[in-house]
Design a protein around this ligand. Structure first.
Ligand code: ZN
Length: 347
């Protein structure tokens, strides 16, 4: 039995043998996992034992941001071969569902998502995954970049939902990993400039190093003031709320131009107040984002084309044997850490 990173219960991780279903169906591929990113959701299950309605009642293998190498293909698989370098989309819907038929499989109530109880994740040497949700990586895209496609896909979904027009000016509130991914996707999607606000200067320094991104430290200047100044009091075309913080959410209408768009990306832990009249007075369009659908190909294409460089956001890479230490470091929440990745041993 292979060694996996197991969340035994809230606050307790172990590296141990763990039984997983390894049955290869005709439309599946078997993948030797190479790189797995540590996500805020993995860390939250570790520290809190639950996210909303999803509760860790049984030991669960963590991890959902992964790349690897195909080592076996099911009988009916045509587009992948043994040896292909790939990354995997962690949410598997029911292909027969109404949501899947509509192309919105991310909101299929039956979706099974890695490391979301009771579904096990991918911090284990081998996974079996549907070929339809497994994507080949071009030769010059590394496994590390492949494992960044998952968090970047959320930024892509946000950019798609915004329906960006060429030259739009955007604001991203919150410079966490998802805020950074959203800012880069918005730039790649046609924004001429993206302002990113946060109160942690080290985070702003990291994302502000990208051309096209300007930062606002809200300890020094309120975001509304900075955006008013930058846009001649007009406001931003698109506001991506990525902080999940109540004051930022309440303030989003002030950042948008009349007729602009708000995309709610950040997830507040508890219900928060929302300024409806502020939205109405500018006839703002409000979009929400839950994970992503049909964006992996686009995300990989942008990375392969050099239009999006996610490598500067990989802060630390640790071997699988040290993955508990990697999680403890993620719990610290250092402001200079964006993404911590775990590398599986190569057989
Ligand atoms: Zn994630």
């Amino acid at each position: 039995m292979p060694t996996s990173l197991v969340l035994e219960r809230k606050g307790q991780l172990s590296l141990r043998d763990f039984p997983l279903d390894t049955n290869l169906g005709p439309t599946d591929v078997r993948i030797a996992v190479r790189t797995v990113g540590v996500c805020g959701s993995d860390v939250h299950y570790y520290t809190h034992g639950k996210i909303g309605p999803f509760v860790v009642n049984e030991p669960m293998v963590l991890g959902h941001e992964a790349s690897g190498v195909v080592i076996e293909v099911g009988q009916q698989v045509r587009h992948l071969s043994v040896g292909d370098r790939v990354c995997m989309e962690p949410g598997i819907p029911d292909p027969q569902s109404r949501a899947s038929k509509l192309g919105i499989y991310n909101v299929d109530p039956a979706v099974r998502f890695w490391a979301t109880p009771p579904i096990h994740g991918c911090l284990t040497p081998e996974v079996v995954h549907p070929a339809a949700f497994t994507y080949r990586l071009p030769d010059h895209v590394s496994f590390a970049e492949g494992a960044m496609v998952e968090p970047f896909a959320i930024g892509m979904q946000a950019a798609m939902r915004a329906r960006i027009q060429p030259g739009d000016i955007a604001v991203v509130t919150g410079a966490g990993p998802i805020g950074m991914m959203t800012a880069l996707a918005a730039l790649a999607g046609g924004c001429s400039k993206v302002y990113v606000s946060d109160l942690a200067q080290p985070k702003l320094d990291i994302i502000g190093a990208y051309p096209g991104i300007e930062t606002i430290n809200i300890r020094e200047t309120p975001a509304a003031e900075a955006i008013a100044k930058a846009t001649d009091d007009w406001g931003a075309d698109v506001v991506f709320e990525c902080s999940g913080a109540a004051p930022a959410i309440l303030g989003v209408p002030q950042l948008a131009r009349p007729g602009g768009t708000i995309v709610l990306v950040g997830m507040p832990v508890d219900p928060v107040p929302f300024d409806i009249v502020g939205l109405q007075a500018k006839e703002l369009r409000v979009e929400t984002v839950f994970r992503y659908a049909n964006v992996y190909d686009r995300a990989i294409s942008l990375i392969a084309a050099g239009k999006v460089d996610l490598k500067p956001l990989i802060s630390l890479t640790v071997p699988f044997a040290d993955s508990i230490a990697a999680f403890d470091r993620a719990v610290e929440g250092r402001e200079t850490d964006v993404k911590i990745q775990i590398e599986m041993p190569v057989e």
